[in-house]
Design a protein around this ligand. Structure first.
Ligand code: FES
Ligand code: FES
Length: 172
């Protein structure tokens, strides 16, 4: 049996910090937060920043209700740990309308084409749709169905969602 080396055992064990500091930009505002490493971006946005437009549905990447933009790309905020979003630029549904309340064209289209019923999935649908159009992935109804297939609507408003997204794509 080996004798413990007193030099090595006299040091306290290394411990991981309880929180990590993260810098990120949310809807154009620079934020610095200390977070538990298990905190998802979804939880941060809703519970620390009070940005409750981003909805919490399945918490496991299957419904799309939590869709936001991270560095300009669609992302499921329930699957992103805040610590991995250090230095990222986050945009949520709260940033889409103009400061004077004028709706973003995609928001207007959802209203005009009656593309919602209960509205729970709508912020995620709109964030996804805005990116789809910007990326050129809304050139046909099939495109929209394909590229937005990660956004579920339990009210089944799909036909009108497709019409709304296509109307914005065609107006560009
Ligand atoms: S809450 Fe994120 S995909 Fe459902
Ligand atoms: S409008 Fe109700 S879940 Fe989509």
């Amino acid at each position: 049996m080996t004798t413990p080396d007193p030099e090595r055992t006299s040091h306290p064990p290394l411990e991981a910090p309880d929180t990590f500091q993260v810098n990120l930009t949310v809807n154009g505002t620079a934020r610095t937060v200390d977070v538990d490493p298990r905190t998802t971006l979804l939880t941060l946005l809703r519970e620390r920043f009070d940005l409750t437009g981003t909805k919490a549905g399945c918490h496991q990447g299957t419904c799309g209700a939590c869709t936001v933009h991270v560095d300009g790309r669609r992302a499921l905020s329930c699957l992103i740990l805040t610590v991995s979003a250090d230095d990222a630029e986050i945009r949520t549904i709260e940033d889409l309308a103009e400061p004077d309340g004028t709706l973003h064209p995609m928001q207007r289209a959802f209203v005009e084409f009656d593309a919602l019923q209960c509205g729970f999935c709508t912020p995620g649908q709109i964030m996804s749709a805005e990116a789809c159009v910007r990326e050129g992935n809304a050139e046909s109804d099939d495109d929209v169905r394909e590229y937005m297939s990660g956004n579920l609507c339990r009210c089944s408003a799909y036909p009108n969602i497709v019409r709304a997204v296509r109307s914005v794509a065609e107006s560009r």
